[in-house]
Design a protein around this ligand. Structure first.
Ligand SMILES: Nc1ncnc2c1ncn2[C@@H]1O[C@H](COP(=O)(O)OP(=O)(O)OP(=O)(O)O)[C@@H](O)[C@H]1O
Ligand SMILES: [Mg+2]
Length: 380
């Protein structure tokens, strides 16, 4: 997957700007608050069809403007595709694929693939399980339409079951109706658990390989999908059975709490380094290496499962990594199209195949390498 062009119209602090990206490493350079992350946000929007920074999409429309648009032109298996997202205040966003309006969002999931890595991901290991579940869900939703459907359906069932649990607090007789929701929850939940388990097994193999390359040591990194019911790896049927059983056993407790206390919305990823949980025992350096390995493994998994390379988006991450880890990440880019941001070009400048200087929501300057002698300025 290769981005050819990105046009931002009234998106964040961009009035109307076009980026013609190159196949290799694209660097967005500039001082703080100039629009570098805004550009990354727009690209990643085209992958997960929502913003990873805000829930209220009106915030994406430029101050004072009524509408905004992101237009991404990219190559997929040699074909040129165009994805356009239109935003308007007070109206739902609209998607257009190759000029045609796409009414159902799900038809676009996985259409454009990218993997994002920001300093926020460095908290993936230490923070609560929610972060790790969302790491899994984001990847799986872009890979499998059915996963997205099952996840949405699970969330809906969970909401209904929780509403009924709260009604049961004042009318216990209603608790008989919970049976229907338990069945539906186990059905969708077991699908999701099995998909997450399979994905983690694939991911874990790459993570292990990358971690030992980065750390050049003998420590082994392993990821395990952690459910609340058993430590064993289980089939979908077995997960559903254990889940149903737990829901029945904990029914009164759930009623008291007014919410469902078991299920895939409580599951986690156990990250073990030489058999010990990293959450409790790892050093800062080990955590950085592990997250780096997980993010690069995510890109590799998408490549293998989807058959095309996702675009790598690195927002401000290089300044967080030491020279050795930076070297590793550049090695792994290995021909993969990358868009990275930085406040300090420094030595990174030489690595860029194209450097965009961003100033106040505009591309102030573009530099491309001149043969043999660093970068030459190009007129905008
Ligand atoms: N809807 C909007 N309309 C206009 N400007 C906006 C909007 N949303 C954000 N901005 C502006 O965008 C700028 C921030 O852009 P961005 O987050 O891309 O910065 P950055 O270049 O990544 O900076 P840093 O290096 O600090 O991360 C701020 O000046 C902010 O006021
Ligand atoms: Mg930024």
């Amino acid at each position: 997957m290769i981005i050819r062009r990105l046009r931002l119209e009234n998106f964040r602090n961009f009035a109307d700007e076009t980026f013609d990206f190159t196949d290799g490493i694209n660097i967005l350079a500039g001082n703080n608050a100039q629009g570098k992350t805004n550009c990354i946000e727009a690209i990643y929007f085209c992958s997960c069809l929502k913003s990873y920074r805000v829930l209220k999409e009106e915030q994406l429309i430029r101050f004072g403007a009524e509408t905004a648009a992101i237009t991404l032109t990219f190559l997929l298996e040699g074909r040129e595709e165009e994805l356009k997202i239109l935003f308007a205040r007070g109206r739902p966003k609209e998607f257009r694929h190759n000029g045609l309006v796409v009414p159902r969002l799900r038809d676009l999931l996985g259409c454009f693939q990218s993997v994002i890595f920001t300093p926020d991901h460095l908290n993936l290991i230490k923070e609560g399980p929610h972060k790790r579940r969302s790491f899994l869900d984001m990847a799986l939703c872009s890979l499998e339409l059915q996963y997205t459907d099952q996840l949405l359906s699970y969330q809906k069932i969970l909401k209904n079951r929780n509403a009924l649990l709260r009604q049961c607090q004042s009318d216990y007789a209603l608790s008989e109706m919970l049976e229907i929701w338990d069945e539906k929850l186990a059905e969708a939940g077991s699908y999701i658990a099995e998909a997450r388990q399979k994905y983690i097994m694939q991911l874990s193999a790459f993570v292990k390989e990358y971690y030992s390359e980065i750390s050049q040591g003998s420590e082994k990194l392993k990821l395990i999908y952690l459910n609340q019911f058993t430590k064993e790896e289980v089939s979908r049927e077995e997960y559903a059975r254990l889940f149903r059983e737990r829901l029945r056993r904990m029914r009164d407790h759930d009623i008291t709490m007014g919410q469902t206390m078991s299920g895939i919305h409580k599951d986690d990823i156990l990250i073990l380094l030489s058999g010990k949980s990293m959450k409790f025992f790892a050093s800062q350096g080990q955590i950085r290496s592990a997250v780096l390995a997980m993010k690069l493994a995510e890109a590799e998994c998408i490549t293998r499962l989807q058959g095309s390379e996702p675009v790598l988006l690195l927002d401000d991450i290089l300044s967080e990594l030491d020279a050795h880890r930076q070297k590793f990440i550049f090695q792994k880019m290995n021909g993969r199209q990358t868009v990275l941001t930085t406040c300090e070009l420094g030595k990174i400048r030489k690595k860029g195949d194209k450097v965009f200087s961003i100033k106040e929501g505009k591309v102030a300057k573009i530099r491309v390498p001149a043969s043999g002698s660093g970068c030459a300025d190009q007129k905008k």
